[in-house]
Design a protein around this ligand. Structure first.
Ligand code: PGA
Length: 251
């Protein structure tokens, strides 16, 4: 029996881009989202410095706002860090965790990502946990084993809230290169099976996003793949028209 597809999520990861003036782009996204048919959730994750103002502007709209990382503790002596509770207080409803740029630039381990996922749930945020293989791992035929290990070690053993997984092959991020639909289907099927093993029937409802060079021109093909429940978009999310064209794949 075919599984019922969950409501898709199209999330924009602005990374280290965006000043106060960028709220004009968010407002264009909000205005454009009204013209879509509301068949997908739309999320914008700007830098923490503008999160509160973005959340205020997006309040009551079809666009939600999220963070890009959080600390595992709710508060304390952790200079420069931001807790899940702080993101929530600023108006976030979700947080991206374990992005490959965090894993590389800040040596974040799977075990750390797991504690952050628990922190997101504690604060009432939706965690979007990123996993994906490097080019070297893919070339060595280690993609599936890498993905399995990341699922097993980055995710808490019990589901204590809603969860989203983003499959982002590291070599596809910001490169303009994407895996074939067949490759995406294979990895997403593996993730789905692993989630079902781990969380039973609830694993079926977990949204699995594809991320890595999603653009208006390839979004339709990628979003049609079995077990792809939306997109995590980097570069193309910075421009309202491109981001809306991607979200518009869902009508
Ligand atoms: P990209 O980034 O769309 O610019 O490839 C995706 C991501 O890193 O989330």
């Amino acid at each position: 029996m075919a599984r019922t597809r969950p409501r898709p999520l199209v999330a924009g990861n602005w990374k280290m881009n965006g000043l106060r003036t960028s709220i004009a782009e968010l407002k264009r996204i909000i205005a454009g989202a009204k013209k879509l048919t509301d068949r997908a959730d739309i999320l914008v994750c700007p830098p923490a410095t503008v999160l509160a103002s973005f959340a205020a502007a997006a309040h009551g709209s079809l666009v939600a706002v999220g963070g890009q990382d959080c600390h595992s503790q709710p508060s304390g002596a952790h200079t420069g860090n931001i807790s899940a509770e702080m993101l929530r207080d600023a108006g976030a409803s979700a947080v991206i965790l374990g992005h490959s740029e965090r894993r590389m630039d800040h040596q974040e381990s799977d075990a750390l990502v797991q504690t952050k996922t628990a922190a997101a749930w504690r604060a009432g945020l939706l965690p979007i946990v990123c996993i994906g293989e490097t080019k070297e791992e893919r070339d060595a035929g280690a993609t599936l084993s890498r993905i399995e290990r990341q699922i097993d070690e980055s995710l808490p053993p019990a589901l204590e809230g809603d969860l989203v997984i983003a499959y982002e092959p590291v070599w596809a991020i910001g490169t303009g290169v994407t895996p074939t639909s067949a490759d995406v289907a294979q990895v997403h099927a593996l993730i789905r099976a692993r989630l079902a093993d781990r969380y039973g029937g609830k694993g079926e409802a977990i949204r699995i996003l594809y991320g890595g060079s999603v653009k208006p021109g390839n979004a339709m093909e990628l979003m049609r793949v079995e077990n792809v429940d939306g997109a995590l978009v980097g570069g193309a999310s910075l421009k309202a028209d491109e981001f809306l064209a991607i979200a518009g794949v869902y009508g």
